[in-house]
Write a protein that binds this ligand. Sequence first.
Ligand code: NAD
Length: 495
Amino acid sequence: IKPKPTIFMIFGGTGDLAERKLIPALYNLFLEKYMPKEFAIIGLGRTEYNDDSFKKLLLGGVNKFSRSGKADKDKWADFSKHITYLKSDVNNEADYKKMSDVIEKCEKDWSEPPIIIHYLAVAPKFFPIIAGNLAKVKLADDTDRTRIVIEKPFGHDLQSAKELNALLKGIFAETQIYRIDHYLGKETVQNMLAFRFANALFEPIWNRNFIEHVQISVTEDIGVEDRGGYYDGSGALRDMVQNHILQVLCLVAMEPPVNFDAEEIRNRKVDVLRAMRQFGPDEVRFNTVRGQYSEGWVKGEKVEGYREEKGVDPESNTETFAALKFFIDNWRWQNVPFYVRTGKRMHQKASIISIQFKDVPHLIFPNQSSESWQQNRLIISIQPEMSIRLQVQAKRPGLDMTLNPVDMVFNYDGTYETDTPEAYETLLLDAMKGDQTLFMRGDQVETAWDLIMPVLENWESKKSISFPNYSADSWGPETAEALIAKDGFHWFTMP
Ligand code: NAD
């Protein structure tokens, strides 16, 4: 079903996110005929542009970042007819009047009243200002047709997230608020729902009786690049764990929903967060590890340590690595550890969920070396490889009974010919259609903040004396290995 006529008001239309993600996503939706016949993209920003120079800027972004490669001349011409630029300052109330004039014109000319999506691709300090000004000029009132998309980060801690939620909810209904976590738009992450709830095979074993532990690992090989100034006030817990990793964890751990309604799915996800065991001082001490990268060598090139990066305090206490052991206190997951880790400047870029099943109850095969023995494991690789692997033991061909682990693999690239859409394509289309399933609800965000606050507060109040404690191109601090090794496990890495 095609969405209704839509107006995208992109605040921060000249910014990096618009250029790199939003416009390429809308262009690909246009190429694949998902865009409605009537749509308008209104770029908003302070910089001086006219429509032509703005379109030129965006074309550069599409050529560079779109999954469909360089834009076709005619198709871009068709698409870009829908784009205009409106120079405006988010602080200036009069500029919002200009926005409503543009909207009114579309309403007059089009066949039916459009959906209006205010996309806030600007720094978080502007979120309250924009929301407030939209309310003043009555661009927020229509609960059916008006939506607001909020980029990450949603709050800096529990208190600020609560304040932002309260402010937004004073202006918009929850059904109008789309809090983006782009991880939820990724194919492999969405496939978690299909995999768990469309196959009879896994449901009976998806619990503490069969699963020994779960790992979620999101490692990046890059450092902070030019985001040092921002990152130093944030850190790995805020940037990755509070949002992306906990959202993925919810999909792994949630109870089966009774239907595919957005509210039902979001209820089941928030149930998981509410059941997660709170961290007391002992848990922070024994179940968490933080790290910060030092200089090192990556592919033969010397790279700087975190404290030497541009915009970073030379004595920074900010973590670029975090590993935590969580428990979910409900019947399904009692005593099953969920280990999560994330870090920058790690040896490999990979986002992986690993579900390790309990060992066989009795071993009948003689002479198995411990190296070749591996418990069953389900590996869901989110990126860069998009695959699901089931690791099982099999007999190695030969005259004696020797076992070795083999993978049953479902790989997206080999299975489907079509290119997988980018996360932002999925999410923008959902926002147009009014489907909130893959967006975070207000209570979900607050519960996730609530969970990590004791760790954040502990880490921020105690300066780490060991920083920097891992070198670039490594697997993080040694203590992260110890966190999981003391329970008899190892972090899984892709071969
Ligand atoms: P950016 O600095 O590249 O762009 C900021 C935009 O805001 C520019 O278009 C600028 O003109 C506009 N702006 C600044 N002050 C303004 C004012 N007073 N009035 C009107 N416009 C003003 O930032 P970005 O990287 O595009 O990030 C935007 C948001 O998206 C941030 O919240 C960021 O955390 C989030 N985000 C970005 C990325 C990314 O890949 N860039 C990824 C995830 C989330």
